[in-house]
Ligand binder design. Structure first.
Ligand SMILES: [Ca+2]
Ligand SMILES: [Ca+2]
Length: 390
């Protein structure tokens, strides 16, 4: 009798486990709703860049630079790579499971690694912005390439040097666009300048990395520079500049400033190497920070992270702006916890919670859980403001 009951119980448990693992579509989240997409392992305390594999939509790549929560004294990893939590590249599946692909190598001068955003080229390899600005302000930041073979990361290469704070990466037509958030040079109005560089994948050679010339002025800079933008500090006094990059379906390029939340729209030349015109598209009093951004190609909408406001927002190429989701300070178990990157994955909007906590942000501190947050894709699209009635 007992044995029979146990069999029934076990069968029931197996059935329920099977249901939980079924590939049934997740229940669509309503407007403004958030839930954890993934609770990350302890070795991903400070995740940042994401991109989805160009050939396999079930693979999302995630960088976790892990600048925090390392204690300052213990953080001395040095060239011997004893960083408390090593910077890693991972892959994430549609159920939110995380697998480590690579341990990044420390920079030979600073002793640290800082892999922020990443994107995949048509060669299948991943191109990474290695931000060294938190450790050295003298142009130590780089562009890295992780060579991929059959889904495995097999080699890490340095392909460009000389950047200040390499941040976002967006690849279009085998050109790698990288934002540099700090030039440490002001324009004549006294606003801090920053910009975007562009490299052809075919010029990126590990045997001879591109040496980017430091930016001196709007007329004296490296030939790879596409455009500049400037930051007007707002309530939190942050001068950080060029951050997230996206292209719309017409090929217009967008970049937002981390320090003031303004978003620029750039028209590029036919080669995609120089901006021929630019304008500030978004300048909103309730949006004082812009981090990562990503195109929704089906709707020609661009989603972006307001890291200060713990919000995911969206805009159209004509400048309509709306909020997809926003919450107060949250540890990341249910809501946004300083989102830095946003992407469409597994039929949802997925945000990466950087959870670093800079002064003036809603996020008050790096805390467990470390997480990715999901929002409803259809709800986000439906939130677009309707044109005013005539
Ligand atoms: Ca957290
Ligand atoms: Ca937090």
């Amino acid at each position: 009798m007992k044995r029979a009951m146990l069999t029934v119980l076990l069968a029931g448990m197996m059935l329920s486990t099977g249901c939980a693992k079924s590939k049934a579509k997740p229940e669509a989240l309503k407007a403004g709703e958030t839930k954890a997409f993934s609770i990350l392992p302890d070795w991903c305390p400070n995740p940042d860049g994401v991109t989805v594999d160009k050939n396999d939509p079930t693979i999302m790549y995630l960088n976790s630079p892990n600048f925090v929560p390392n204690d300052k004294d213990e953080q001395k990893c040095g060239p011997d790579q004893k960083k408390k939590t090593r910077a890693v590249l991972c892959k994430v599946d549609p159920e939110g499971n995380v697998t480590k692909l690579w341990d990044y190598t420390a920079h030979p001068v600073t002793g640290w690694s800082g892999p922020m955003a990443l994107d995949q080229g048509s060669d299948g390899n991943l191109y990474i912005a290695d931000n060294q600005y938190f450790y050295a302000k003298n142009n130590q930041s780089r562009v890295l390439r992780i060579v991929m073979e059959n889904g495995k990361a097999i080699r890490e290469e340095v392909v460009a040097t000389g950047l200040k704070l390499s941040n976002a990466v967006m690849i279009k037509d085998d050109k790698v666009y990288i934002s540099d958030t700090f030039f440490d040079v002001n324009n004549k109005e006294g606003n801090h300048l920053s910009g975007i560089y562009c490299f052809d994948i075919k010029e990126l050679d590990a045997a001879k990395p591109v040496a980017v010339k430091p930016f001196k002025s709007e007329t004296d800079h490296d030939s790879h520079l596409v455009c500049t933008l400037n930051t007007r500090p707002r309530s939190r006094g942050d001068i950080a500049g060029a951050d997230g990059i996206a292209f719309d379906k017409q090929g217009l390029m967008y970049c937002g400033a981390f320090g003031d939340g303004r978003i620029w729209q750039f028209t590029l030349d036919a080669a995609g190497k120089k901006a021929v015109s630019s304008k500030v598209l978004i300048d909103d009093k309730d949006t004082q920070c812009c981090d990562g951004m990503r195109l929704d190609p089906e709707k020609n909408i661009i989603y972006f992270c307001d890291s200060q406001g713990n919000a995911i927002k969206a805009f159209t190429p004509s400048g309509q702006l709306w909020t997809v989701a926003q919450n107060g300070d949250n540890d990341g178990s249910t809501g946004l916890d300083q989102p830095a990157e946003v992407i469409i994955f597994a039929g949802q909007i997925v945000a990466v919670n950087f959870d670093f906590s800079f002064p003036g942000l809603t996020n008050t501190g790096n805390d467990k859980p470390y997480s990715l947050t999901a929002m409803g894709l259809e709800a986000a699209r439906a939130g677009m403001p309707k044109p005013a009635a005539k």
